[in-house]
Write a protein that binds this ligand. Structure first.
Ligand code: F6R
Length: 263
């Protein structure tokens, strides 16, 4: 696990995008990108979009797979992850909408939604670069604490904490769906590389548990300790609970030339 500590949120976006671009370039224009919703990756997406516009990143044949979707929101709802991904990823990055996939959160197909999504990821050849955020309770995707570390895409019940955290996107907490369809922790671990971005004091405890705690389903993000190519890009506030912060800074400052990021 590589941990990069940045001075601020803006820099998290720049470094996060540089790492995603570095990994994507190794795959080529037909890269398969896993995308998260929420506030954390927005600056990263904006930086990636700038690279696409400048011609330094070619995503012309790329496809994308979202991590999760609420159950019961129509895809036309502005807070559905289908519509959120269209606004924040598909359009700014110029992806072909036909190649952008979001789990099916319709109530009438829930029994098969997980397997259908797993099949679609497999048919695309698997995810090359997975972009992640982390919940204040340590979730990735919507794998809440106590999720199986080998889980696959399936329906999950959101915790009260997650519904409270996400109430800011709705008029009231009562409008936040109770259920979702999310890639599993096993699904996320199958991605060839992962880049998790986080900023702010509110993530400090979850980040410390993810990076320095035991691998445990009580902090689902800690499963990334088992991933062979995971990069964690965080600001000073999100890093404030890390005992190894100075070491992580020393490692990043002294990266060998071939590992250095183009920022
Ligand atoms: C979103 C997702 C979640 C978020 C997490 C952090 O698709 O899977 O794990 O990444 O809840 O959300 P923000 O970034 O809004 O703090």
């Amino acid at each position: 696990m590589q941990v990069i500590i940045c001075p601020n949120e803006q820099r998290v976006g720049e470094i996060g995008a540089a790492r995603v671009a570095q990994l994507a370039a190794k795959v080529g224009p037909a890269v398969v990108i896993g995308v998260a919703t929420g506030s954390s990756p927005l600056a990263t997406y904006a930086e990636l979009a700038a690279r696409v516009r400048a011609g330094s990143l070619d995503l012309s044949q790329a496809s994308a797979f979202a991590l999760d979707e609420y159950v019961g929101l129509p895809i036309t709802h502005p807070e559905s992850y289908f519509d959120t991904i269209r606004r924040t990823v598909t359009e700014p990055l110029g992806l072909d909408p036909a190649k952008v996939n979001v789990p099916d959160g319709r109530e009438d197909g829930l029994e098969t939604a997980g397997q259908r999504y797993e099949d679609a990821i497999k048919a695309a050849g698997g995810v090359d670069v997975q972009i992640l955020g982390i919940g204040s309770n340590g979730h990735i995707g919507f794998n809440e604490p106590a999720s199986s570390l080998s889980s696959r895409t399936r329906m999950k019940t959101l915790t009260q904490q997650t519904r409270e955290d996400n109430a800011r996107f709705f008029d009231s907490i009562d409008e936040v769906p109770r259920y979702c369809v999310t890639q599993g922790l096993g699904t996320i671990l199958d991605a060839r590389s992962a880049v998790l971005v986080a900023f702010g004091e509110g993530k400090a405890e979850a980040v410390a548990a993810m990076v320095e705690g035991p691998v445990t389903s009580m902090c689902p993000a800690s499963v990334l300790q088992l991933h062979k190519t995971a990069t964690i890009v965080i600001d000073e506030a999100a890093a404030s609970g890390l005992k190894m912060a100075d070491y992580f800074k020393e490692c990043y400052e002294n990266l060998p030339a071939w590992r250095k990021l183009d920022v």
